[in-house]
Design a protein around this ligand. Sequence first.
Ligand SMILES: [Zn+2]
Ligand SMILES: [Zn+2]
Length: 286
Amino acid sequence: MSITTSVYKDCFIFLTTKHQKHLALDIPFKQILGAQIIEYNFDTDQLGTFSGEIARIGTPIEVARKKCEISIIDKSAKFAISSEGSFGPHPAMPFIPAGIEILYFIDVIRDFHLFETEIFTDTNYKMQEVENYEQLIQFANSVNFPSHALILQPCPRNSNGLIIKGLVSENELEYAFNTVYKLSNGNKVWVETDMRAHFNPTRMQTLKILGEKLAYRLTCLCPKCATPGWGKLKIEVGLPCNWCGNKTNEIKTEIYGCPKCCYKENLVPQHGKLYADPASCDFCNP
Ligand SMILES: [Zn+2]
Ligand SMILES: [Zn+2]
């Protein structure tokens, strides 16, 4: 779909953020939808921080929705977007760190909510205790410092109240280390990657990818009621084996749906196959 047929052409979409996320979302929303992102600079740290001094209340999806609602209330936004990320072990492969990003969108005029989410393994998310400056430099070198910022605080984490964020040069890092070291019990310093988008170019890039996904989805209209946001809701596995007919773990159906009228369609998956290769069958190829 071209921009000329986008229902959001020339619309203002308010983005509630403290962390300059418009840098990731401006281009996809402009190029794909012809819409303009307007940043609403609100202290979203009140809703929780990565470094743990303010606990997040609610699920990441609830927090993302709350951020959208803030610009709808404060700025009378007709269209609102927000993002929320969380980091930790990959849900399926716990030894790999991963980021789960959510982009949440509310269209007040058409009265629907829509979100896209994705798991990214491309992240520098890492944290540990260090005993001396040499160990800190080793850590820094392993997480793309100084293009990606660091956070230091006394050990144990969140015990002292002092947290130094956004460290992006070796001078800053050394000064912060000396300050924090003096306040640390047991002479250990806590270091972690700064996951705020404007201090983490890798995260900014993943937000751009998710922004493209959401913007593209908003060009897709429901075949029943023409509301934007038609897209894949879930997949069902169980494609039958070509030899024995038993169910395999390959995708059998993709279920598409509308965010407004709840109309759904079962579609043939992208691989286009009606039967699975016996190689992926537990009976034919145990
Ligand atoms: Zn089989
Ligand atoms: Zn619909």
